[in-house]
Design a protein around this ligand. Structure first.
Ligand code: ZN
Length: 142
């Protein structure tokens, strides 16, 4: 494993808009604040979501649609450059009224309400294609 120290250059808070798409909201917030490398965490509630599961054998995502209401019990991810463009990578854990949960790679989610914190880094971070996994993984900055 490689690791590197990151210097947090800013922290931003946002209230997610009802009816918006969570991933698009993260992208808009990063663009508005000039964040090109960052980490975020969010909680709240969604009206529904599309979750991806990466089939390691087939090297492809399969998507599942989950209708709400669902609690956004946890959502974490990062924003970095992929092929020179900003890319949001998010995972979420969503819970139903009975406490059961679904989760995985967050493709989209219709926000009911939510709170998000984004922490930006001075370090420029990029993703590049990894032959071993078939995924665009984060390059450890040097
Ligand atoms: Zn993922």
């Amino acid at each position: 494993m490689e690791s590197v120290r990151l210097d947090v250059s800013g922290a931003y808070f946002g209230r997610l808009s009802k009816g918006s798409d969570l991933v698009e909201e993260v992208m808009a917030m990063t663009v508005k604040n000039g964040v090109t490398s960052g980490f975020f965490t969010a909680i709240g509630a969604v009206e529904g979501a599309v979750i991806g599961f990466y089939r390691q054998d087939a090297r492809e995502y399969v998507k599942s649609v989950f209708d709400g209401p669902l609690e956004l019990s946890s959502c974490a991810g990062n924003v970095m450059l992929k092929d020179g463009k900003l890319f949001v990578h998010a995972h979420a854990c969503l819970s139903r009224r009975d406490g059961s949960t679904v989760g995985g790679h967050l493709v989209s989610a219709k926000v009911f309400a939510g709170e998000i914190f984004i922490f930006s880094f001075d370090n420029r971070m990029n993703r590049s294609f990894d032959e071993d996994t078939g995924l665009y993984l984060v390059d450890v900055p040097r």
